[in-house]
Design a protein around this ligand. Sequence first.
Ligand SMILES: CC(C)(COP(=O)(O)OP(=O)(O)OC[C@H]1O[C@@H](n2cnc3c(N)ncnc32)[C@H](O)[C@@H]1OP(=O)(O)O)[C@@H](O)C(=O)NCCC(=O)NCCS
Length: 147
Amino acid sequence: MELEPQIRPRQDSDLPQILKIENQVFRPPWPEEAFQENDFTRFWVLCSGDKLLGYIIYHVVPDEAVIVNFAIDPDFWRRGLGNHLLGHTLGLIRAEGVNTFYLDVRRSNQAALDLYGKYGFRRLGVRKNYYSEPPEDAIVMVRNFAG
Ligand SMILES: CC(C)(COP(=O)(O)OP(=O)(O)OC[C@H]1O[C@@H](n2cnc3c(N)ncnc32)[C@H](O)[C@@H]1OP(=O)(O)O)[C@@H](O)C(=O)NCCC(=O)NCCS
C-alpha cells in the first residue's frame, strides 16, 4: 500500500478504526469511553486517505504534557510512522509552550523504549506493578525542553 501519511485532529468517524488498533496492540485495551476528550486532551490521528494508521493522545496542563496513548497499526510497523507521529507531536507541544513531557511505558516494550530514547526521553523512575494483563512495572520517562 502506497502511504501518504497525514496528521490531523481525530474525528468521531475515526473511532471504529482507533478501537480496532487499540484492541490489537494493548492488553488491557482502553474501553471506548476512555477515548472521550476534555479541555486538556490533544488527540491526533495519522492517516492515509480513509485508512487510519495510528493515533496519539496526550494531556497538556501548562507547562507540562503527558502521553496517555500512542499506537500504530501493527500492519504498518517499522515503516517510520511512529517516528513521524511522535516527532510531529513534540513540535506541536513545543509550540504550546510545554517544557516537560512525561510518559509511562511497560518495562518490556523495547520498541517504544527505543523510540522514546531516540527523542531524548530519559528514565525518571519506576511504578511497580503499574500495569495488568500481565502485571508489569511502568518505566516513567521524561523529556525536558527547557535548559
Ligand atoms: C511503538 C510503536 C508506536 C512504534 O511504531 P513504528 O511505526 O513501528 O515505529 P518506527 O517504524 O517509526 O520506528 C522508530 C524507532 O522505534 C524503534 N522500534 C520500533 N519498532 C521496534 C522494535 N520492534 N524493536 C526495537 N525497536 C523498535 C526503533 O528505534 C525505530 O527506529 P529504527 O527503525 O531506525 O530502528 C509501535 O510499535 C506500536 O504501536 N506499538 C504498540 C503500542 C505501543 O507500545 N505504544 C507505546 C506505548 S508507551
